[in-house]
Design a protein around this ligand. Structure first.
Ligand code: BGC
Length: 757
């Protein structure tokens, strides 16, 4: 069940916290985060709470704090906290008696709007967003009203004491205030004074943060029927430093019922902006005001929705709201205008998975962008291209040739997977994480996404400059990875982990073998057709022969008489987990690991997540309908869905096999991944892949959109209640409108029309 109330707005939806419940603080901080693809700010309340996990993340800003640490996305200095006292008494949600508590996230813009009233007559309203118009800019507005008036003391600043769960990443911090950038405003009042924190890491990286607090010169608000001028009338700025932090302090008298409003604009920069440039941007923001800045932000976001909106006749309001929520976060997690970083498993909303990039990006998140915003997919692919060297080194380290991409990636391109994870219940020691060593399918996944991008865009220039090299070098890796089985006269890929991480050290994982085959097949095609200087420089003698050998001899697990494709060589011979339903129906994930050790789990027929089902989904034409159907049903019954990537995959698979009722069931579960009542879920960040998977299920599952030989086609299986679905796609640079409508006889009519855009 979805925890948040979903309300329809004039445009889009609003997700609302149903009531104040501090247990949900951390979850809501992730779910309601303000993200624009460069900046991600968790939705912690303005005043500090007992249980909170404040966090701000900047795309691509990773650091490794020591030899025994892994590289992680840095939790950057915070600007969202306000320390407030009225008549000397601190204002806190935890201790104050509340008469009003409303917090909501607007799906169309990601604006967080809060309103909190206290029994003692204090009311605080806030709004905030990470600007899509200037992605380095975070805008925050706070209004406070005190019914009986009083002395207000407020401090807000740039707090560099933030850590990643206790680990500090900065070894240098310098705070400054810039009186020289202060100017009188047109009405003679004083304007804000920029203040600044420069944070340096030991690897030479610098993060610059500049804030400016000001009154809003434009807004005149009504309060109790009286017009009130907002702002900090006649205030003189005062600042103080704390260790690694700088604060602006305000003290003012509030008249009874007067609303006092402060705007705080902050720039986060990792590109080396000059201080003058930063101050000028903030001064311009001050002159424009929150309302105008929001209008500009919304205008850019409107452009996104113009393309991204999916209109469904017959969808429940909640369903439509969650889809928009997913699309809001998708927009907020990707690099729109740079290729220096990719998408972490939690986007920019939390510390979970250390901000690392997994196959989640290429297989779950990219399909939506390739269909609607191929320029983003291009950035994501370039991120991988620029990390080919890391992939070459990883291959070499393990004794292979070519390029093997890391399972978890950050900046440098090397393997970032931590070596140790949760405690094994039997040994009492941390269990070794084998994914970074054995989960090799990510290499083929990247190439799968690349081929998909090419099929839909026809971007030959990209392929010539970058794509062909990626395909060829990864194919070289697969050729070196396969070993000859003398007895069977076939090539095999041994000792891997497939997508299902409840099996380890298996031979011939079907998913891995088939996708590796696709990877090498594409490479072979390139060799036959790629000409020109770069091609001549690049190709090596022996590749053709090696690729042909691989393609002709790689063992591809075939369906048995019951149509079941063996997940790997040993899976079907393992014992079943006797009490599987207990774990399938548990409210928490991964409860099996509380009863069984990891080595016991990997010895049984039990899946963490979709595996063969993913293969069927990615290569739709490869298997006949009966095979697809039998495998989807067979493997689902053995799957615990202990990964957030699983429900969306099963939803899509059921839609494709024409079982929309079952698909809807899984679709609903996927929609709950970040939004259900489990308050621990999503505390460390939203589940980026699942959000992508929800949209995949709608577009590739229910609407049945596929690329076949470079052509888009639709084979829809709409849920019973849906009457029609409309959306746009980009096909070879042309925008097309797709309209799928059910007719009165239960059939569907598909129209795909060029829009001329
Ligand atoms: C899943 C992986 C996934 C990772 C990051 C793991 O629990 O098993 O498939 O890539 O989470 O989302």
């Amino acid at each position: 069940m979805i925890y948040y109330r979903i309300e329809k707005e004039k445009k889009g939806f609003r997700l609302c916290e149903p009531k104040r419940n501090p247990d949900y603080n951390r979850k809501t901080e992730s779910v309601f985060a303000q993200c624009n693809g460069y900046l991600g700010v968790r939705a912690s309340f303005e005043t500090k709470q007992l249980d909170e996990s404040r966090g701000t993340f900047v795309g691509g800003f990773y650091h490794r704090a020591g030899n025994h640490e892994v590289t992680e996305l840095v939790n950057c200095p915070d600007v969202t906290e306000f320390r407030i006292r009225v008549n000397g008494e601190p204002v806190h949600l935890d201790s104050g008696k509340l008469t009003l508590y409303e917090r909501s996230l607007r799906t169309r813009t990601g604006e967080l709007v809060s309103q909190v009233g206290f029994l003692n007559g204090i009311c605080i309203k806030t709004r905030r967003f990470s600007s899509m118009d200037n992605k380095k800019l975070f805008c925050h507005q706070l209004s406070i009203t005190v019914k009986n008036g009083g002395i207000l003391e407020l401090s807000t600043g740039i707090n560099g004491q933030m850590t990643n769960s206790g680990v500090s990443h900065f070894d240098r911090m310098e705070a400054r205030v810039f009186e020289k950038f202060r100017m009188p405003c047109s009405d003679g009042q004083e304007t804000g004074t920029p203040f600044y924190l420069e944070c340096g890491c030991d690897d030479g990286q610098t993060l610059k943060i500049m804030s400016l607090c000001c009154r809003d010169q434009h807004e005149v608000k009504e309060w109790d029927g009286k017009k009130q001028t907002m702002g900090l009338p006649g205030k003189k700025a005062a600042f103080h430093l704390e260790r690694r932090s700088i604060y602006e302090d305000v003290k003012t008298e509030l008249l009874p019922g007067q609303t006092w409003t402060l705007c705080k604009y902050t720039l986060y920069d990792t590109d080396g902006l000059e201080l003058e440039e930063m101050a000028a941007i903030l001064k311009e923001a001050e002159a424009a005001g929150y309302g105008e800045l929001y209008r500009r932000h919304q205008e850019v976001f409107d452009g996104y929705w113009d393309m991204a909106a999916i209109e469904i006749e017959g969808a429940a309001e909640e369903e439509a709201g969650v889809m928009e929520f997913a699309q809001y976060h998708l927009a907020g997690m990707v690099p729109w205008d740079r290729s220096s970083y990719s998408v972490g498993a939690k986007g920019l909303t939390g510390e979970g998975y250390k901000g690392h990039v997994f196959w989640d990006t290429e297989i779950f998140i990219m399909p939506f962008f390739t269909l609607m915003f191929p320029e983003v997919s291009r950035n994501l692919l370039l991120y991988r291209y620029h990390r080919l060297e890391g992939a070459r080194q990883k291959a070499e380290e393990y004794g292979y040739s070519g390029a093997m991409y890391p399972w978890e990636s950050a900046v440098a391109g090397g393997e970032e997977t931590p070596l140790w994870a949760a405690i094994d219940i039997h040994t009492g020691t941390a269990a070794k994480v084998w994914s970074g060593i054995k989960e090799h399918h990510v290499t083929a996944d990247i190439i799968y996404a690349l081929l998909n991008y090419y099929e839909l865009t026809g971007d030959k220039t990209f392929m010539e400059q970058y794509g062909y090299q990626m395909i060829l070098e990864t194919a070289v890796f697969w050729s070196s990875r396969a070993v000859w089985n003398e007895e069977k006269g076939q090539l095999e890929i041994r000792d891997v982990i497939g997508p299902d991480e409840y099996t380890e050290h298996v031979d011939n994982n079907a998913y891995t073998n088939y996708l590796a085959h696709e990877n090498v097949k594409a490479a072979r095609k390139i060799l036959a057709s790629w000409n020109g200087e770069l091609a001549r420089q690049y190709r090596r003698d022996g590749w053709e022969k090696a690729f042909d050998h691989f393609l002709n001899h790689l063992y591809l697990p075939k369906p048995g008489p019951d149509h079941i494709i063996p997940q790997d060589d040993t899976f079907l011979g393992k014992p079943k987990l006797p009490d599987i339903e207990k774990y399938r129906t548990a409210h928490e994930r991964q409860t099996i690991l509380k009863d069984y050790s990891r080595s016991q789990v990997i010895g049984m027929q039990v899946l963490k997540q979709a595996d063969v089902v993913m293969l069927l989904e990615l290569l739709p034409g490869r298997f006949d309908h009966q095979t697809v159907k039998n495998n989807v049903t067979f493997y689902e019954a053995l799957t615990l869905h202990d990964s957030s990537l699983s429900y969306c995959a099963h939803a899509e698979a059921d839609a494709v096999i024409g079982e929309p009722d079952m698909a809807v069931d899984f679709f609903e579960k996927a929609m709950e991944i970040d939004l259900d009542k489990g308050y621990k879920d999503s505390a460390a960040g939203i589940h980026a892949a699942s959000l992508g998977g929800i949209i995949n299920c709608v577009l590739k599952g229910f609407a049945g959109i596929r690329v076949n030989d470079g052509h888009l086609e639709c084979c829809p299986h709409l849920p019973k209640k849906w009457k029609s679905i409309r959306f746009s796609v980009m096909d070879h640079g042309q925008r097309k409108r797709v309209a799928i409508t059910k007719d009165s006889e239960g059939g569907t009519e598909v129209r795909m029309e060029e829009t001329g855009e």
